[in-house]
Design a protein around this ligand. Structure first.
Ligand SMILES: [Zn+2]
Length: 144
C-alpha cells in the first residue's frame, strides 16, 4: 500500500480546481448582487438599468453554472479514481514442487523472472508465472 504515485498530483489538481471554483463563485455572487442593486436603484434611464442588470445577471448565472459544473465533474472524477484502482498481482511458482505464491506486484516483476530459492527445495529458484490485474468478476491473466 506504499506505492501510490498518482494521489499527490490529484490532490494538487483538485485544490487548484477548488480555488478556481471559489473565485468564480465569489465573482458570480458579486455580479448577481450588483445586478439586483442596479436593477433596484436604477441608473439615469430605466432601460439602461435593465440592460446593465440583465448583462450582469447573465454573467453571474454563466459563471455560477460553470463553477458548479466544474465542481461536479471534479467530484465525479475523484470518485471514479477511488473505485478504479485495480491491484496488480504476481504469481510465483516453484518449477520443482509446484508451490504457488501470490503477492502484490513489485517493481521490476515480469513473467519468467527468476526469484529467490524455494523454501522447500533450496536448489531450485522460483519463477514468476503470471502478472495480472486483480478484477473482481474474472481474473485477467497476462501470460506470455
Ligand atoms: Zn519448491
Amino acid at each position: 500500500m506504499t506505492q501510490n504515485p498518482a494521489s499527490p498530483t490529484n490532490k494538487k489538481i483538485s485544490n487548484y480546481i477548488m480555488t478556481i471554483v471559489v473565485i468564480v463563485l465569489a465573482l458570480s455572487v458579486i455580479s448577481i448582487i450588483l445586478a439586483v442593486s442596479v436593477y433596484l436603484t436604477g441608473t439615469p434611464t430605466q432601460s439602461q438599468a435593465d440592460l446593465t442588470a440583465g448583462f450582469l445577471a447573465i454573467i453571474g448565472l454563466v459563471a455560477m453554472t460553470m463553477s458548479l459544473v466544474t465542481l461536479f465533474q471534479s467530484r465525479r472524477q475523484a470518485a471514479e479514481m477511488k473505485i478504479e484502482v485495480p491491484k496488480v498481482m504476481t504469481t510465483i511458482e516453484c518449477k520443482k514442487c509446484g508451490t504457488k505464491t501470490v503477492r502484490e506486484f513489485q517493481r521490476g516483476d515480469y513473467v519468467y523472472k527468476d526469484l529467490d530459492a524455494c523454501p522447500k527445495c533450496p536448489d531450485t529458484k522460483q519463477i514468476i508465472t503470471a502478472v495480472y490485474k486483480e478484477i473482481k468478476e474474472k481474473e485477467k491473466t497476462y501470460n506470455v
